[in-house]
Design a binder for this molecule. Structure first.
Ligand code: AMP
Ligand code: GLY
Length: 419
């Protein structure tokens, strides 16, 4: 099969790395890809958000299958467009990807189908939002409705802070049109876990749970990032909680979307908070998380291509999926200054040595003129290790990362020990 993966970060490197191991995949392409992905796939110079360009390229080069990984092209309807062109594509159509693209939509869905989540209200009028904040008191959470690169959420400790956030979103248009509607919700407490699940729209198969570390600095301090590291499985996610999530959250969500005429085919991302009242949904995403994807796919024993096809064909109930009975850890090596200002173009050393005991996924790298890898983004590399137990996997990832260096390299020292 000729397979195209859309995207170009660490997540897509892991997807390509895993697909390259499938005997079914004879030719693998990635658009736009990156320098690490180029080790396992042919990179194609088409932007991930260029729906027309992507469909045209896939048609011209006779792709048998396309895997759309990032949220933007999914929300833009890339899967719909590929299907219309007769190309099987993995990922939700735009009408189902809306679970990520609109928080107001997903909160409404959860309310209608009694899926546990924080109590909330949606507002389009600033004065009403301010009155609600005043009445509810703090702590309280203010969220821009649309996609805001993970930055549209303010967990406010005081009423004034919450009001200011609402003003900035609704009046100041801090996130453009994404903030025209805001969701204001109850502040939940408890450890956060991610569960990624394959689904064909009917059957839902949860992958091993994982736990992202979103803040830039140790002790969960500093600004939010795309994710500085992840472990799988998190010890807090017990089999009893997993069962409860399956019955009260995962299957009901997939059933709800189908009942609404929006069957979801792809990876559904459940951001969960394990509150004293039980697990509740913090957010849905319509795709693999990054860096959760890298660590979870490292634990997958089965052929990923088989799973992607079963999701598209609606036959997931017939496919046994095997996981390694191990734990994993990914450590993100970032450019100094990320997620704010940072420099690019620094040479990276030690990749080969680190690769002897860990898998190093490239998130933001490019190849320099002399064949050396250079930094080319905020998140640069993801050092990923597996071991029979979690402490072993964490130690192995840190040990491998010791070999790697580039100017101003920054990483957290407490991945796996921060919660
Ligand atoms: P989201 O983009 O909705 O995932 O929110 C980003 C982060 O904000 C989450 O990972 C949580 O840490 C935090 N958060 C969001 N909603 C709530 C809530 N209702 N209560 C407490 N923390 C929240
Ligand atoms: N790591 C969080 C996300 O991909 O949204």
């Amino acid at each position: 099969m000729k397979v195209l993966v859309v995207g170009g970060g660490g997540r897509e490197h892991a997807i390509c790395w895993k697909l390259a191991q499938s005997p079914k995949v004879t030719q693998l392409y990635c658009a736009p890809g990156n320098a690490g992905i180029a080790q396992v796939a042919t990179c194609v110079d088409v932007k991930a958000t260029d729906v027309d360009g992507m469909v045209a390229w896939a048609k011209e080069h006779a792709m048998d299958f396309v895997m759309v990984a990032p949220d933007d092209p999914l929300a833009l309807g890339m899967v719909d467009a590929l299907e219309a062109a007769g190309i099987p594509a993995f990922g939700p159509r735009a009408n189902a990807a809306i679970v990520e693209a609109s928080k107001a939509f997903s909160k409404e869905l959860m309310k209608k189908y009694h899926i546990p989540t924080a109590k909330y209200q949606t507002f389009t009028q600033l004065d009403q939002a301010l009155a609600y904040i005043e009445a509810e008191g703090a702590p309280i959470v203010v969220k821009a409705d649309g996609l805001a690169l993970g930055k549209g959420v303010v967990v406010a400790a005081t009423v004034d802070e919450a009001k200011q956030a609402a003003r900035e979103m609704m009046e100041g248009h801090k996130f453009g049109d994404s903030g025209n509607t805001v969701v204001i919700e109850e502040c939940m407490t408890g450890p956060e876990v991610t569960v990624l699940a394959f689904t064909d729209g009917k059957t839902v198969v949860p992958m091993p749970a994982s736990q992202d570390h979103k803040r830039a600095y140790d002790g969960n301090q500093g600004p939010n990032t795309g994710g500085m590291g992840a472990i799988s499985p998190p010890p807090q996610y017990t089999p009893a909680i997993a069962k409860q999530c399956m019955e009260q959250i995962f299957q009901p969500t997939v059933d709800a979307l189908r009942a609404e005429g929006r069957p979801f085919q792809g990876v559904l991302y459940f951001g969960l908070m394990l509150t004293p009242q039980g697990p509740k949904v913090v957010e849905y995403n319509a795709r693999f998380g990054d860096p959760e994807c890298q660590v979870v796919l490292s634990l997958l024993d089965s052929d990923l291509m088989d799973i992607l096809q079963a999701c598209v064909n609606g036959t997931l109930d017939q496919l046994p999926i095997r996981w390694k009975n191990e734990a994993g850890c990914i450590l993100v090596l970032a450019s100094g200054g990320y997620p704010l200002d940072y420099q690019k173009g620094y040479p990276i050393s030690g990749l080969e040595e680190a690769g002897k005991t860990a898998t190093v996924f490239h998130a933001g790298t490019k190849l320099g003129p002399d064949g050396q890898y250079l930094t080319n983004g905020g998140r640069v590399l993801g050092v990923t290790a597996t071991a029979p137990d979690l402490e072993g996997a964490i130690a192995k990832a840190y040990d491998a990362a010791r070999h790697i260096s580039f100017q101003d390299m920054h990483f957290r020292r407490d991945i796996g020990h921060a919660f």
